[in-house]
Structure formats: structure tokens, C-alpha cells
Design a protein around this ligand. Structure first.
Ligand SMILES: C[S@@+](CC[C@H](N)C(=O)[O-])C[C@H]1O[C@@H](n2cnc3c(N)ncnc32)[C@H](O)[C@@H]1O
Length: 271
């Protein structure tokens, strides 16, 4: 059997998206190449795809021509659809007998609010499935050649969000600093100076390596390498913008070590 036929057979053997069911699907960090086969299969079966704003244009293009695309864009600090309204819409579509894909950036469960949508579906008696995706917290550092774990350097890695739920306070970054483990921070750009100050207050040396990886895996990908006490100013100075991941810790130094050893450590590097 040739490779294309094997791939078709593999896709055909994946679970069927039934009428009245909702799948919460991770689209990966942006580049369509990071879609899993389960995600491709879901897109090819859906009647309706309710998708996030951060989804790359090429991803919904994999849908059937007759499928309907509904943006449910939610972007920090920009007008966004209310979460309750999105969950209610998923229930409504399923009750109308549609095969529904809720397509989310990265992994649905990683700061993706899939937990709330899953609960709303369960409460409404709607069958659902979670299709994991490649989170930006792993793809971002990888794009910058920063290992999230490195033998001899760290034994854990902390994934955090830069802003609290709703209007709640930021998480206790000083306490996270005390673990001395690397931090991979989503949605950190608006609070970067305050987060860095909290981490220094918590005992992280001001010269701890810090990186910002913006639009990871996308054509506009950029990487900034700095240090904790300067990263917010450097980010402002270079204009590096969201969507971006911030990585703080000794693992970031690997990128510098690699420069000079490999021809092009990563695309779009500022430093
Ligand atoms: C609401 S969170 C959703 C995260 C997503 N569920 C995931 O697993 O990647 C959105 C944040 O993820 C990060 N992000 C998403 N895509 C990114 C990308 N391609 N490059 C850098 N950061 C990204 C940014 O911090 C952005 O503000």
C-alpha cells in the first residue's frame, strides 16, 4: 500500500463525529502542519466549526466546502465573545443535529477554557470529545530552540498565565520563583514588567535568562532573548507583540549556546 493510501486508511479508521456531538479540538500553535490526524479528521467531518481568532487561515480551509465557519474569537484586551454565549451556542448547534467542531488554538485544556465548555455540554447532555493539540507553551520554546526540560538543569517546568481569571489578581509569581524551575508564561505581554519584578522579589536573580517568542510557527515568528530585569523594556523596544510566550530560566541559555553551532538557530531572531 502506498503512503497516501495508508494515510487515507488511517484517517478513515479514526472516530466518527456523529450528528448532535461536539468535539473540542486543538489546532496547535498556528501552522497547519501541527494539526494532529484527529484534528484533520474532525475538520473533514464537521458541519459547523466554531473557531478562535488565533487560528491560521489555512486550518479552516481543510473543512468540507459546505461546512459553516463561525468565528468565536476571544483575544486578550480586545472585544471578545462572552464565554457563556460560546458554550450556549455549542449546545444550540448540537441540539439542532449539527456535527460541531469547537476549534481552539494550541491545546483545548491549556488556558483554552475547554473545561467550561465541556461542563456546559455535559450539563446539557451533549456527547463530546476532547482532541488534544500541540500547545504554544511547548511549540513556542521549541521554535526558539529552548528545551522546556534539560537534564541537569530542571526537574519540573511551570506553565502559567500572565493574567488572572476575570478581574482577579495575578498569580503569586514570587512563590513560583521560589521553586527555581523554569516558567513558561502565556498571555504575559501586558504585565511583563510587573511579572518580572515579582519574580525578582521572589528571589530569581535579575540576570536570569528570559525569552519572548511571538507568533511561534507562523510566518511572523520572532524571538527575543534578554534577561529578567530587562526583558519588558527590550520587548517594548523591539515591538515584539502578542501572541507571545515568555520563557524564564536557565533553559533559555541553550539557545545562545546553539548559536554558532548550527547555521540558523531559529527564524526571525532579534538577538
Ligand atoms: C488564550 S491562550 C490559549 C493557549 C492555547 N490553548 C495553547 O495551548 O497554546 C492564548 C495565548 O497563547 C499564546 N500563544 C498562542 N499561540 C501562540 C503562538 N503561535 N506563538 C506564541 N504564543 C502563542 C499567547 O500567550 C496567547 O496570548
Amino acid at each position: 500500500m502506498d503512503h497516501d493510501a495508508r494515510l487515507r486508511e488511517l484517517l478513515a479508521g479514526l472516530p466518527r463525529l456523529e450528528r448532535g456531538h461536539v468535539w473540542l479540538v486543538g489546532a496547535g500553535p498556528g501552522d497547519a502542519g501541527y494539526l494532529t490526524l484527529h484534528a484533520v479528521s474532525a475538520l473533514r467531518q464537521a458541519d459547523v466549526i466554531v473557531h478562535d481568532a488565533l487560528i491560521d487561515d489555512g486550518v479552516p480551509a481543510l473543512a468540507r466546502p459546505e461546512a459553516r465557519l463561525e468565528p468565536a474569537g476571544k483575544r486578550g484586551h480586545q472585544p471578545s465573545a462572552e464565554q457563556g454565549a460560546i458554550s450556549a451556542r455549542l449546545v444550540e448547534l448540537a441540539r439542532a443535529g449539527q456535527r460541531v467542531v469547537r476549534l481552539k488554538g494550541g491545546d483545548p485544556f491549556m488556558f483554552g477554557r475547554a473545561g467550561e465548555e465541556m461542563l456546559a455540554l455535559a450539563e446539557a447532555g451533549i456527547p463530546f470529545r476532547i482532541v488534544s493539540g500541540v500547545t504554544a507553551g511547548l511549540a513556542g520554546p521549541a521554535a526558539a530552540l529552548i528545551p522546556t526540560t534539560l537534564r541537569g538543569v530542571n526537574q519540573a517546568v511551570i506553565f502559567a498565565t500572565g493574567h488572572g481569571a476575570g478581574d482577579g489578581p495575578r498569580i503569586d509569581f514570587a512563590a513560583l520563583a521560589a521553586t527555581r524551575q523554569p516558567l513558561v508564561i502565556y498571555m504575559a505581554m501586558h504585565q511583563l514588567a510587573a511579572i518580572a519584578a515579582d519574580l525578582v522579589d521572589g528571589g530569581l536573580p535579575p540576570d536570569t535568562p528570559a525569552a519572548v517568542i511571538a507568533s511561534a510557527t507562523l510566518p511572523g515568528e520572532r524571538v527575543l532573548v534578554s534577561r529578567l530585569d530587562r526583558v519588558a523594556d527590550d520587548a517594548r523596544g523591539t515591538g515584539i507583540a502578542a501572541p507571545a510566550m515568555v520563557v524564564i530560566g536557565a533553559v533559555v541559555a541553550m539557545r545562545e549556546r546553539l548559536q554558532g553551532l548550527v547555521p540558523s538557530p531559529a527564524a526571525g531572531a532579534d538577538r
